[in-house]
Design a protein around this ligand. Structure first.
Ligand code: TNX
Length: 524
């Protein structure tokens, strides 16, 4: 048992040491220097130091605590060089992961909440389910020095300030979307992004699997969708697609990081890749060429043709069977080549197909201008929150995911000098991205209609993981905080200091990020 210096707690409540002060390397990180900000922090005197014999103890017999423990060990072993054995033997010191069933005496932590208690003897993470343990582990990780993220042995010490964090999310939906259609990203690139999303307690990965420029998922009953429709991308590169096994691998990896995959097939617009693959899907029976530009709004499935609904049924059936999560996103944005009447008729026919295969409909908010099915979820991507049909649908029970483009779109340029991205919704610097309230954003929508937030990343201009990361960091953690932390914790001045402390962690992880001048990054 190793007890650390007893001075840490005061720094948890007082002003934190500036990141570049001489103490910063050894004083443990204050418990509230975390992104997303925890719901409640109670500092105490002392600290716990992870030492060469620290065990990771699990309780609960269903294996899910052990999976999180194994994950934690994998995170901590390279930089500490310690064995960190995972054991079911109870009692004693160490890092303890505990699942406590719901019921009398159990802490009120919700499905994703956790409690993290640090004393001189032990670190204890308590949760009702593995998601809570996993999120608690992410908090623990941020409380260790940034060098914990390196892949070679570092010197430590690995001290964590004493006290208690009790934490649970404000919103159930904390999403990130990756557009794998405009440019294709392979399984390993998606896994890398999943690992980054998990750091900030994001719990939904929305994959934009089809668009004009590419169809990215194998559908056995319509094989040319992937084989032909997936054969290129913006700029004319080779594109690509996920086999069903690839997709399962992504889904399983996401689940191991407590993320649910939400697949999107965008319809009835944004469908050139499908129309190019099957002539019969076109009203004139002629397949257009593949498309590698970046215009939007020129393509539409043929709404009056019956074969369109055979196609939709087959695609949704196969995709639903591959997807364990409850959601299926059917797009519905920018259908500029579909008449309003056809759009409504199409959505009236397609939403029941999603229900038939056991899934909940998610659609871009244009769906609220049609007849959103009972239980459907609308994803808002406007820029001022004043669309009456969105508020009306929310009042009638449609739940909302907020992705306002001038706040949450990770593909918007930070400023005029940003080499990547677009600017149709304006420039979106770190503060602009963070400083809004999802609970009041849509005028006249009840706060209870807000299911959460999502940060979409469109990839017309993005081709590599480094590109993804440059656009996502530092904005993604800010959107994650809007989704997780209580409204009372929302504060740019506090956030900019906490997110600054993430910079050295991203350096240690090899994440390329934008050094926003609005954030006081540590200098050393
Ligand atoms: C609008 S947002 C789109 C996408 C583009 C994006 C670029 C939405 C639902 N549709 O097709 O990729 O802008 O920022």
């Amino acid at each position: 048992m190793v007890a650390g210096a007893g001075t840490a707690a005061s720094s948890a409540s007082a002003a934190p040491a500036s990141p570049s002060s001489p103490d910063a390397a050894t004083a443990p990180t204050p418990l509230d220097r975390v992104v997303p900000a925890p719901a409640s922090v109670r500092p105490a005197a002392g600290s716990y130091a992870i030492h060469p014999d620290t065990p990771i103890r699990v309780s609960g017999s269903d294996g899910s605590a052990r999976r999180v423990a194994d994950y934690l060990a994998t995170v901590l072993r390279p930089a500490t060089g310690y064995r960190l054995p995972v054991t079911a033997r109870a009692g004693g010191d160490g890092i303890r992961l505990r699942l406590t069933p719901k019921g009398a005496g159990a802490p009120k932590l919700g499905a994703e909440g956790y409690r993290l208690e640090v004393t001189g003897r032990a670190i204890t993470v308590t949760a009702r389910a593995s998601a809570g343990l996993f999120h608690g582990v992410q908090t623990l990780r941020q409380l260790l020095p940034a060098s914990i993220e390196r892949t070679t042995r570092q010197t430590g010490p690995w001290r964590i300030a004493a006290g208690t964090i009790t934490d649970e999310p404000r919103y159930a939906w904390r999403g990130a979307m990756l557009d794998v259609s405009r440019h294709f990203f392979g399984v390993d690139q998606v896994k890398r992004y999943i690992d980054q999303l998990a750091l900030y307690k994001i719990n939904r990965l929305h994959l934009h699997l089809s668009d004009d420029q590419g169809w990215r998922i194998a559908i056995d009953s319509w094989p040319r969708l992937a084989a032909h429709g997936g054969s290129t991308q913006v700029g004319g590169g080779p594109g690509g697609y996920y086999t069903k096994d690839d997709y399962r691998e992504i889904v399983n990896y996401a689940a191991s990081r407590e993320l649910t995959v939400v697949p999107e097939i965008d319809m009835p617009g944004h469908t050139n890749a499908a129309l190019a693959s099957y002539a019969e899907l076109n009203c004139d029976g002629v397949a257009p060429p593949l498309y590698t530009g970046t215009e939007v709004g020129f393509s539409s499935l043929c709404v009056p043709k019956d074969v369109t609904y055979d196609f939709v049924d087959d695609v949704i059936r196969e995709l639903a069977a591959l997807t364990p999560g409850p959601y299926l996103h059917i797009g519905g944005d920018e259908a500029h080549s579909t008449s309003h009447e056809d759009y409504v008729a199409f959505m009236d026919r397609v939403q029941p197909v999603v229900a038939k295969y056991g899934k909940t409909v998610v659609g871009w908010h244009q769906l609220t201008g049609a007849h959103p099915a009972k239980g459907a979820i609308a994803q808002y991507w406007g820029t001022d929150g004043r669309e009456k049909e969105v508020a009306d649908a929310a009042k009638a029970g449609t739940q909302l995911i907020l992705s306002p483009a001038n706040r949450a779109y990770l593909d918007m340029k930070y400023d005029a000098n940003t080499p990547l991205g677009q600017n149709w919704a304006g420039y979106v610097e770190a503060k602009q991205s963070y400083d809004w309230d999802p609970g009041t954003y849509i005028k006249d929508a009840p706060a209870s209609s807000v299911l959460g937030v999502e940060a979409p990343l469109w990839t017309e201009t993005l081709e590599t993981s480094a590109h993804i990361e440059y656009m996502a960091f530092p904005r993604l953690p800010g959107i994650a905080e809007l989704g997780w932390s209580p409204a009372s914790a929302h504060d740019w001045e506090s956030y900019r200091v906490r997110v600054a402390a993430q910079g050295p962690r991203w350096d240690a992880m090899g994440i390329t990020y934008y050094h926003s001048p609005q954030i006081p990054w540590p200098t050393s």
